[in-house]
Design a protein around this ligand. Structure first.
Ligand SMILES: [Zn+2]
Length: 445
């Protein structure tokens, strides 16, 4: 019996073990302890080697046996579906309401979204594309050049038409209430996705739709609007636009005094500031001034394709969590004219924009804002809302991991929304009153 009371099985009576091979009679207790320690060391070393070899074999063979890398399928198309099932797309900009206006004269009874529908969006394709939510753009055209007058004071139909667009979106969400969920907060979006519904929010696409009035902004918020694009393709009383095809001559040099007051009020009520369509000066001033994170609801990267509607690198560098930076998400636009030279827009070209924004601003600051139903042309491979998985697969092929892709498809937008909601709650708690700022060119007040 071992003197120290240890009863190592290798030294048991019934085992023809190493302990019996020496001359035990003459062995001192110290020799015996040393010998037993050596035996234990050898046995543990052998067992450790066996364990490591077995573990390595399992890990190496696991991919071959299951076709799974980590938790994801190796096949990019399968991986994309897996990711999107867990982190569906929340698109920053879809123009379905303007299609209903132009093609159906606002009659939603004539619209059947359960069948293949004109344009890029219907329920079967939304489901196929793994869409968990989108901003319904409630867009109206800029007034005809000059019709508003030099100071934007002439009456237009922009506010009426915006209200009609809001009505269309709300009626369609109601009509297909099994599919669409009316959502007002980031937590509502998550809950809707959890229920398997498509979260539906509204975005007003241009300051010209506000009728020069911050009171209209608040009313839109109450109707469910959660972002306002500071400009469309025309300057307005709040801010300068970048135009569409070429940069127009600045009117204010960025934001007007009223534009700054608008951002204050947007921050206070929790309306996201959208900088798509704005001039570079407007964007720079707004991103620096806004207390809340901002968005580009549908804009791509100018360094990849040089058009004014895309975001230049010096502005992308203002985005982030660092000192002097503001949190933001740039949601990439699929419009071929903004993506690449004629005939060159495809999934890879759109992925180049995503990659570039991720490289300059970071992967936590890029999202998707297709502009579907607002664009005549589409990239090859991204023809409608059923095709988002192709883009996710392309980025997976390029080394994007599940975490980063989940940010791209919707997580980054949700973070930005949560940030804006937090700022609004703080400002309201601090007792900041509703803005009473009026457009100083107005004479009726
Ligand atoms: Zn647009």
């Amino acid at each position: 019996m071992p003197e120290n009371g240890e009863t190592a099985p290798l030294l048991g009576e019934g085992i023809p073990n190493l302990a019996r091979t020496g001359n035990l009679e003459r062995e001192t207790p110290a020799d015996r302890r040393r010998r037993l320690a050596t035996i234990r060391a050898v046995v543990y070393t052998v067992l450790t080697v066996v364990f490591v070899v077995a573990l390595a074999s399992v890990l190496f063979l696991w991919d071959k046996i299951t076709g799974v890398v980590g938790h994801l399928p190796k096949d990019p198309e399968k991986a994309a579906l897996y990711i999107l099932n867990n982190a569906p797309v929340i698109d920053g900009h879809i123009d379905l309401p303007i299609l209903v206006r132009s093609a159906f004269a606002n009659n939603i009874s004539a619209v059947d979204l359960e069948k293949p529908f004109a344009g890029h969006v219907d329920i079967p394709r939304l489901r196929k594309g793994k869409v968990g939510g989108f901003f319904w753009s409630v867009y109206t055209d800029c007034p005809d050049a000059g019709s508003e007058g030099e100071d934007f004071l002439n009456a237009t139909w922009s506010v009426r038409d915006t209200l009609e667009q809001i009505d269309i979106a709300r009626l369609l969400v109601q009509k297909y209430s099994d599919t669409f969920a009316w959502t007002l907060k980031s937590s509502d979006i998550k809950a809707a996705i959890g229920r398997g519904q498509i979260a539906s929010l509204l975005g007003v696409e241009g300051g010209h739709q506000l009728g020069n009035s911050i009171q209209v902004l608040r009313t839109y918020y109450d109707l469910g609007v959660r972002y306002v694009t500071l400009t469309h393709a025309c300057h307005n009383a709040f801010a300068d636009s970048c135009g569409i095809f070429e940069d127009p001559k600045p009117y204010h040099g960025g934001l007007s005094k009223l534009g700054y007051a608008l951002i204050d009020e947007m921050n206070r009520i929790g309306m996201l500031v959208d900088l798509s369509h704005t001039s570079d000066d407007t964007a720079k001033q707004a991103i620096k001034y806004s207390k809340a994170p901002v968005i580009w609801s549908h804009s791509s990267a100018r360094a990849v394709h040089d058009v004014p509607r895309n975001v230049p690198d010096d502005i992308l560098k203002l985005i982030g969590f660092g000192k002097g930076q503001t949190d933001a998400v740039v949601m990439v636009n699929f419009a071929p004219f903004f993506v690449a030279e004629p005939g060159k827009a495809d999934v890879k070209a759109v992925a180049d924009h995503v990659d570039h924004i991720a490289k300059v601003a970071g992967k936590r600051h890029v999202g998707l804002g297709s502009d579907f139903d607002g664009i005549g042309d589409v990239p090859v491979g991204l023809e409608d809302v059923s095709k988002y998985p192709a883009l996710v697969a392309e980025l997976y092929r390029r080394g994007w991991n599940a975490f980063d892709l989940a940010g791209l498809t919707g997580g980054n937008l949700l973070r930005v929304m949560e940030g804006a909601e937090r700022v609004a709650a703080q400002m309201q708690k601090a007792g900041i009153p509703p803005a009473a700022t009026k457009y100083d060119k107005r004479t009726d007040l």
